[in-house]
Design a protein around this ligand. Sequence first.
Ligand code: DC
Length: 221
Amino acid sequence: MIPVLTIDGPSGVGKGTIAYIMSQKLHWNLLDSGAIYRAFAVAATNRDIKIDNVDDLLKLASNLDLKFHSDPGQNNLNIYLDNVEISAELRTEKTAELASNYAMIGPLRESLLIRQQKFKQLPGLVADGRDMGTVVFSDAPFKVFLTADVEERAKRRLKQLHDKGITGNISHTLEEVHKRDERDANRKHSPLKPAKDALIIDTTNLTINEVVTKVVALVKA
Ligand code: DC
């Protein structure tokens, strides 16, 4: 039995940070499933495959040459597509928006499923995304769903972008975060929603440490 902790939630809620801290605490593997959707979006855009060309999108998904690398003890996932580093391009809002659009395509999600499930390796896995607890690891023993007010999430997203040297303004970021969440939550296939057995944590007024304490308590229990 390989234990899995799933951390789902909308954009800008801090899933990546909490997932990284938990993976360090537990010494478990880490899956940033959003990075797979983002890398797919970069690959499809590079090849100029249109969003309605599902056959070619599926071919691309099954041949996607994607490698992840992170330095031990650092939250810096480096992603290589066809052996070229695309980490900076991956983190832009433009890529996020494209990823959210491709993520609506049901057969594409299915073809990216096994790639995600392969991350489930001993001694355990922390997986963050939108459908980790509901679909990809629906039998996970530990499930968390993070929420926060949209204004707070926009602020966090803006800070994240600034820390990476990317500029933006609050009203534009707020609009983007809101639009993406609406699309992710209202799509037909694997929409963003809490699993029935997930612990829901509203992080609007919580520090990172306070959220981590709640997640640690869940895993310990
Ligand atoms: O977590 P993120 O911001 O990197 O995700 C980018 C987009 O990818 C998100 O808006 C929707 C899609 N996604 C998804 O549909 N399912 C996941 N498990 C992870 C991401």
